[in-house]
Ligand binder design. Structure first.
Ligand code: BGC
Length: 371
């Protein structure tokens, strides 16, 4: 890695016997290039500002860019960061398969890369920081099993629909598989019935995790399969932006009672309001402030040339596992990963979010993000 910024400024000279030594050594701050996918989904705004704050407080200079969910824009954004001589890149990919050109250039310039939250499928990536994505899906599946008490369902059957995430996002299949591995035995046993028959990932996926796309698909399904009064019991949604669309569709286009179980992920403020109102049932919360703290520790260790292994997890008080098995790039190598632990939030434990210090509860009972 280049050490171009190790300029020592002789700001003062002090006489020590006959030898003059610099009294203060002033290093130009190292530059952190952060590339986030979009500002149109709530969480990435939070990720961007937490990361910026963490790194600036630690004395780094930060260049933060958003790529409007456009992977070719993200390639040129990353090229611009490289042209600005950043010392390290932190990237949440729009499309984990579409960054090869930028990754090759980072490798040529010996700029190390951390894949943030979403894996980039290229070996130029040194490390991956995320939450345990498979567990996110598992928590959603287990929640449905518990809510419907599927283990003791006997002859009862429940109707379900499924909305998954963006196929370009490597996380999306992890969420889907985590949930479906829990739910499939009940689908096979006929206890859970997917009335539309739409179960495979490609059919239930949502480009760019877009709320409007999720809404329109929900409206189509409700119009085609539930307009005759068929009861809908649960809608598995991989995250909050899609859950928002599905909830709107159910509100506008479903005539049955309003007790449909809807899952989500992130803790977006609009979805937390829906949880308070009983419109959405749960969200899998991922504390992205903690994700930025882990990323800072990792980046510092990389920039210092430290050995990186599970002992890094002792440097912060955050539940986090060092995983060297789960995440493979498309070049066939495992990307060493630091995976944080997600948790379930419902109307009954919203105070856990307030306890993080990142949300506050208004007198009306709704949560807002602390600025
Ligand atoms: C993130 C989720 C998020 C989704 C859409 C995924 O990569 O892990 O937290 O809901 O992208 O922004």
């Amino acid at each position: 890695m280049k050490l171009r910024k190790m300029a020592i400024a002789m700001t003062a000279v002090m006489a020590l016997g006959a030898i003059a030594v610099p009294a203060a050594a002033e290093e130009e701050a190292q530059v952190i290039g952060i590339s986030m996918p979009t500002q149109s989904l709530e969480r990435w705004n939070r990720d961007g500002s937490y990361l910026k704050e963490q790194f600036e407080n630690a004395g780094y200079t930060v260049e933060l860019v958003y790529s409007d969910n456009d992977s070719s824009q993200q390639v040129s954004d990353i090229q611009n960061l490289l042209a600005d001589n950043v010392d390290i890149l932190i990237i949440a990919a729009v499309d984990g398969e579409a960054l090869n050109t930028a990754m090759d250039e980072a490798a040529e310039q010996e700029v190390p890369v951390i894949a943030y939250d979403r894996l980039i499928m290229n070996d130029a990536v040194s490390y991956y920081v995320s939450f345990d994505n498979y567990t996110v899906g598992q928590l959603q599946g287990e929640f449905i099993v518990e809510q419907l008490d599927l283990e003791n369902a006997g002859d009862a059957t429940y109707n379900m629909e499924i909305t998954a995430g963006d196929p370009a996002d490597n996380n999306a299949t992890y969420f889907y598989n985590g949930a479906m591995d829990v739910l499939n035995p009940y689908i096979e046993a006929g206890t859970l019935v997917v009335v539309s028959g739409q179960t495979d990932f490609d059919t239930v996926a949502t480009d760019q995790w877009d709320t409007q796309t999720a809404l329109e698909r929900a409206q189509n399904i409700l119009g085609s399969y539930y307009a005759d009064g068929t009861q809908l019991d649960v809608w598995l949604c991989s995250n909050d932006s899609t859950a928002l669309g599905v909830a709107q569709g159910i509100t506008s286009d479903y005539a049955g009672d309003n007790t449909v179980i809807i899952t989500g992920q992130d803790g977006d403020v609009a979805n937390l309001a829906n949880i308070v109102d009983g419109i959405q049932t749960m969200t899998v919360y991922k504390n992205v402030s903690n994700e930025s703290i882990v990323t800072l520790s990792l980046a510092e260790a990389m920039l210092n040339g430290d050995t990186i292994d599970e002992s890094l997890c002792d440097t912060f008080e955050i539940d986090c596992a060092y995983d060297t098995e789960s995440y493979e790039t498309s070049e066939g190598n495992v990307c060493p990963s630091f995976l944080l632990v997600p948790s379930v939030i419902t109307a009954d434990n919203l105070d856990e979010l307030v306890d993080t210090g990142l949300y506050e509860m208004g007198e009306d009972g709704y949560l807002t993000a602390v600025e």
